[in-house]
Write a protein that binds this ligand. Sequence first.
Ligand SMILES: [Zn+2]
Length: 383
Amino acid sequence: MGENIRLGRIAGVPVGINWSILVIFWLLTWELAVLVLPGEHPHEATAIYWVAGIVTTILFFASLLAHEVSHAVVAKHNGIGVRRITLWLFGGVSELESEALTPGADFRIAVVGPITSFVLAGVYGAAGLLLNGVGGGAQVLVGALGWLAWINVLLGGFNLIPAAPLDGGRVLRAALWQRNGDRVGAATTAARTGQVFGYILIALGVFEFLEVGLIGLWFVFLGWFLLSAARGEENAAVMRASLTGVRVGDIMTPDPTTFASSMTVADLLDNQLHRYRFSSYPLISPTGELEGLTTMSRIRHVSVNVRRTTRLIDTACPLSQVPVGSPGEPIPDLLQRMQASPDGRAFVLDDSRQLVGIVSPSDIARFVQLSMLRSQGRTSRRN
Ligand SMILES: [Zn+2]
């Protein structure tokens, strides 16, 4: 899910929306203007229902945003950077730059979201009760506030279901981590309950689709999204476990071939690449200094008619933006910097700042697969 429209920054975090949110915007506005508000308080002008529907839907998205911002604020308070917040088809997502360091921080970052939703529900509910006495045209407003209170209760409650990647899954992970001291085991259990919940939602969605109609499809998609996100979290937990204690030097591709930064793209493609199988190209200046990194996917973006005039350095990620590690550093630390970098690759430099290796996502994948195969070998021998 990408971000398509940047809205700005809240609490220093970039906030954006994805186009898919327009589907929900339309559905909610329609539901409010045509079904909910006229059903509760009839005999108003159609325009009033539509205006109220649009304003209420905007307030709903503001509530959703407040939920995500609360995660982001508590994450930052616990020393974890937040890359961005995006609102999309299935609600909001706060992308954290790293994981919580303690079960307590993990718990606080997760639980504040549903708490925020419940507090908002209380505020909308109280406002509705206060206005209820006024009577007259304010009744539509009362209906809207009641709906906002109700949907925030639903939002908070749904997110508390103990299934990753929902907030409740994070709370479960934090609790198990606190009790057993095993973060990976806790994350794996939370991710597995997430997969079970994903299957349940898909089954309910299919049933609802057959019985009620199209809205069931939304639950099928939501279930499928949660299922794949939970699978991803389980894989990430397994990967972190197999990388614990591993050093950069154990994983890196040593002594990478370097290329002159003044070489043209055409020269690289026509005369060099048939000899090599890798897709990362460290670039050096005529005096032998490391200048940057270009990759096959960067070169692919150079159009054919300018390949003869485009130098590799023109396509490159400058050295200042390539994450750098040392051979003795634990790989999980470098991995975090790699994930935040443009190409997802890192240079490995020795004490005298000489290039001694490259770490790419395929190096990591190969290592993880190998260690999983080895551990399977160990278990089957034991059996
Ligand atoms: Zn949340």
